[in-house]
Design a protein around this ligand. Structure first.
Ligand code: DP6
Length: 325
């Protein structure tokens, strides 16, 4: 049955960085994220005995590396029921991929839900999360909605995500500040491999469970100042690991730094906003709804900012009746 799913990407508030098992994608540490309603991927999957081979189209292109990764994931799903049917997969993003906005998260979440349903497999959210994780770590969180925790787990069956607050719990705004639309130089998958080479990595791991518990509490209390300090500090800690890894990963562009400084300057002027950055150069700036217009206006005026997009906290994936082919 042809199946289409829309899944949103997320912003890691506490980052997944480093894997203890590369094949199963078991992370070294747990992570926490909020799902981003407006950054989404729509994927249609159909299996048929009439297809001679898998045909994959992501954002109208067929990049060899990405296609291979998608086919590996389809194989993983086919193996669950011993199917040898080939598939047609077409996928569209509402945002640029490969720029540090976690397109692999929404992409593999949508693919996992669409492909399993297309093969008549009815899996629980936990089973979908475990399966999606093996395609891309972030996708393990993107099968859930709202505020999400991914438990690191020692085995494949214990490493999955759960929603700990629904999206409606707290209305936060993420202003996604695009300073470049080109591809980032280093993929996260490559970056994870060098995490352990940073001298700060073991200290990060030793403290991370405490940080996760604290963040969940401030989200529960809706304490925006503490929330902001925690997530901005986490982003900077994460980038300290990148900078001190071998080889070093310097993800920031001049525009990235311009945005970080502007956010800190806004706070000096009493306008509360906080930033977070993944492995790319684009920046997420989080504010409360009341401040959003003012923060965005100021960010739009910066000389190196190409454009901004706004997202609220989103729900989990949904099945759509309209297909992409
Ligand atoms: C910095 O999920 O992209 O965005 O599992 O190899 O696909 P793979 O990596 P990926 O890593 C994301 C890293 C991060 C932090 C995060 O989203 O938690």
């Amino acid at each position: 049955m042809k199946t289409t799913v829309k899944a949103s990407s997320d912003l890691a508030l506490i980052k997944y960085w480093g894997k203890k098992d590369d094949i199963l994608r078991l992370p070294e540490n747990g992570s926490v994220s909020m799902v981003l309603e407006e950054l989404s991927t729509i994927t249609t999957v159909e299996f048929s005995s009439e297809f001679q081979k898998d045909e994959i189209q992501i954002q109208g292109e067929s990049d060899i590396g990405e296609v291979e990764r998608v086919i590996n994931h389809l194989d993983r799903i086919r193996q669950l029921i011993g199917s040898s049917l080939r598939a047609r997969v077409v996928s569209q993003n509402s945002f640029p991929k490969g720029t540090g906005l976690s397109s692999s998260g929404s992409g593999f979440a949508a693919l996992t839900l669409a492909a399993t349903k297309a093969l008549d497999l009815n899996l629980s959210e936990k089973q979908l999360s475990i399966l999606a994780r093996q395609g891309s770590g972030t996708a393990c969180r993107c099968v859930c909605g709202g505020f999400v925790e991914w438990m690191d787990g020692e085995t494949s069956d214990t490493s999955y995500s759960e929603t700990f607050y629904q999206a409606s719990h707290w209305e936060l705004k993420d202003i996604i500040v695009v300073v470049d639309e080109g591809k980032k130089k280093i993929s996260s998958t490559q970056g994870h491999e060098s995490a352990r080479s940073s001298i700060f990595y073991s200290t990060r791991l030793a403290k991370i469970d405490e940080k996760i518990a604290e963040l969940k509490k401030v989200i529960g209390d809706k304490n925006f100042s503490k929330f902001g300090e925690l997530i901005e500090g986490e982003a900077l800690e994460f980038h300290s690991i990148l900078l001190t890894s071998n080889p070093p990963l310097l993800a920031w562009y001049p525009g990235t730094i311009e945005v970080m400084l502007a956010v800190q300057q806004m706070r000096n002027e009493g306008i509360e906003a906080y930033f977070s950055i993944n492995t790319g150069f684009n920046v997420h700036v989080i504010s409360l709804p009341d401040n959003m217009d003012e923060v965005r206006k100021r960010l739009d005026k910066l000389s190196l900012v190409k454009k901004t997009m706004v997202s609220g906290v989103g729900n989990g994936p949904v099945y759509l009746d309209e297909h992409l082919f």
